[in-house]
Ligand binder design. Structure first.
Ligand code: AMP
Ligand code: MG
Length: 407
């Protein structure tokens, strides 16, 4: 008997049953931190910038000394020296004078504005003229304008991107605390499956899912053990799932998850642990199951690669995010459907789509895939879902497309 749930209930079950689990914390160098998930918030220990800096090439002045000046009546100031990049602006600025500063250079104490070089003229006698009044604070950033000590810069649960790496470098964070990558064990089962490099004989097909699921899991932040390929042999499957569950944070098997005579996944998982649901009211993807073995979540995905793909996106992605305490952002766009997508009685219908820009409008072209053919999804950008209580989508309808997530 299948214990069938809706796709939403399936996700809820995953999060409820395994929501408390987190991988441990480890420290990595900044060079290894991109793509990892912060285990702790990062706060600044220093002022950034650490000194008042000019944002332009020009003259650091007291703004009040330039009030009322113009092209025809320049403010006349004394040249009180020049600041070099990387050096301190030694002396405080006295009234009636200015110091030449390069972009990013230190502004001397007493100066409260920088006049761009374009609005000045040098007279060659130790003085210069300002042609345009400067407002206080103009063209400079003050010490701590970016961040001050104690200020939180990145929250725990954030997946570190390139801009974050830049901020961490500015703060001098040479090492950061991240969550250990969840370890995923991948297992394909089917008497007909052959490994990638073997030419399939009659009745045989290449193992697609192992590679696809490993790529997905890696994109979603996991470290995958070398995939295991097994025939439909219950004892072998049982031994392999048990071994993987003892070494992994998540086990993903595909194939044999239905209720046929050869479909061993449910029987094996029942013996090894507890099945939490068996069957999701979605198409493709119905014969999907979730079990707990040795406290570890085991996903039993359908063998059809397209079904395995959608169910992995639905369940494996939030599961992996949860393990590192990461908040998921699922990005949806609205697009006009180029052709109809029929509903599927009683089940949520998933369809891959290609997105095109036509005369400024986003158009979703559905991929017509009989659920086994993963090649029909190659090059697609996302998917749409026709809810089960809906008559289907006609051509021209505005639909929500969920973009495949690479993170
Ligand atoms: P199953 O879920 O075992 O009933 O398999 C359903 C369909 O998916 C069958 O046509 C299988 O040959 C195919 N299939 C199962 N596992 C894989 C796999 N790892 N790679 C490619 N096709 C698969
Ligand atoms: Mg099979």
């Amino acid at each position: 008997m299948l214990h069938v749930v809706t796709p939403e209930q399936a996700v809820e079950t995953v999060l409820r049953e395994f929501g408390g689990r987190r991988t441990g914390e480890e420290q990595v160098t900044l060079a290894a931190a991109a793509g990892r998930v912060l285990a702790r918030p990062v706060a600044a220990a220093e002022f950034v910038p650490g000194f008042d800096r000019s944002t332009v090439d020009g003259w650091a002045v007291r703004a009040a000394d330039t009030f009322g000046c113009s092209d025809s009546l320049p403010a006349l100031l004394d040249m009180a020296g020049q600041v070099q990049m990387g050096e301190n602006a030694a002396a405080p600025l006295s009234p009636g004078s200015g110091v030449k500063v390069p972009t990013g250079g230190a502004v001397p104490p007493g100066a409260d504005a920088v006049v761009m070089a374009e609005y000045t003229e040098e007279y060659g006698d130790g003085t210069f003229g300002v042609l345009k009044p400067a407002a206080p604070g103009e063209n400079l950033i003050y010490r701590g304008d970016d961040v001050a000590p104690g200020q939180e810069v990145l929250p725990a649960g954030r997946r570190i991107g390139p801009a974050d790496i830049g901020a961490l470098a500015a703060l001098g964070a040479a090492r950061v605390w991240v969550r250990r990558r969840p370890v995923v064990g991948i297992l394909s089962t089917g008497d007909e499956l052959v490994p990638l490099r073997q030419k399939p004989g009659p009745g045989q097909v290449r193992d697609v899912n192992a590679h696809m699921l490993a790529a997905a899991a890696a994109a979603w932040g996991a470290r995958c053990l070398p995939p295991v390929l097994l025939p439909d042999r219950e004892e072998q499957l049982e031994e392999a799932v048990d071994r993987l569950a003892s070494r992994c944070d998540v086990v993903v098997l595909s194939g044999g998850s239905s209720v046929g005579e050869k479909d061993a996944a449910a029987r094996v998982l029942n013996r090894l642990g507890e099945i939490l649901f068996h069957g999701i009211a979605m198409k493709p993807g119905k014969p999907t199951l979730l079990a707990r073995v040795r406290e570890v979540p085991v996903l039993g995905l359908p063998g059809h690669p397209v079904a395995a793909f959608f169910t992995a996106h639905l369940l494996l992605r939030p599961l992996l995010a949860q393990l590192t305490g990461r908040r998921l952002e699922t990005i949806r766009v609205t697009a006009r459907l180029s052709g109809p997508v029929p509903a599927n009685h009683g089940r949520a219908q998933y369809a891959g789509v290609f997105l095109r820009r036509e005369e400024g409008e986003l158009v979703a072209v559905p991929a017509h895939s009989k659920s086994g053919l993963i090649t029909t999804l190659a090059g697609s950008d996302g998917y749409l879902c026709v809810p089960r209580d809906c008559e289907g989508f006609p051509a021209g309808q505005q639909v929500e497309v969920t973009l495949y997530s690479m993170d």
